[in-house]
Design a protein around this ligand. Sequence first.
Ligand code: GRF
Length: 186
Amino acid sequence: TKAAVFASGTGSNFQAIMEDDDLPIEVALLVCDKPGATVIKKAEQYDVPVLDFEPSAYASKAIYEQKLIEELEKAGVEWIFLAGYMRIVGPDLLGAFEGRIVNIHPSLLPAFPGKDAIGQAYQAGVDTTGVTVHFIDEGIDTGPIIAQESVELFPEDTEEMLKKRIQQVEHNLYPTVIRQIIGQNT
Ligand code: GRF
């Protein structure tokens, strides 16, 4: 099953997916909306074709998503895994891949949606936060939850320590969930 990973950042989740030899997907494309992002270099190391683009170069989201849909279809992509793609997916792309776009988010949703989930959980002083993998819909970090794993926050933690612990859980949970959902759908 061919899949695309969408990422805008460092790509540690992309890397975790690439390093798992037991996944039922072939990552056929990395889509990146930030030319120059570290994840692009990682994709090159794994010989994954990169589609990078600058959203501001397009008149609208509908226009660049149309182009994305064409490229994804050309590459034979059936599933999309968002891994730090910091952008809302619009109705065209959502419609073209209905029920086949998955996101990973560093909190126990619905708590702490949005860009700074780890910082917000840390500031709030909760004793448990975690990681959520979910299907996306038109909202920000909403959509049906597939799996969650909690991560404890200790009094002596710095935000950096919490972030490390959350990332370790992400790197294990995302490949596990990909195995589960693709197994069920093939
Ligand atoms: C992850 O924490 C993910 O949950 C969030 O963005 C971050 C991406 O990190 N959506 P990386 O680029 O995979 O290292």
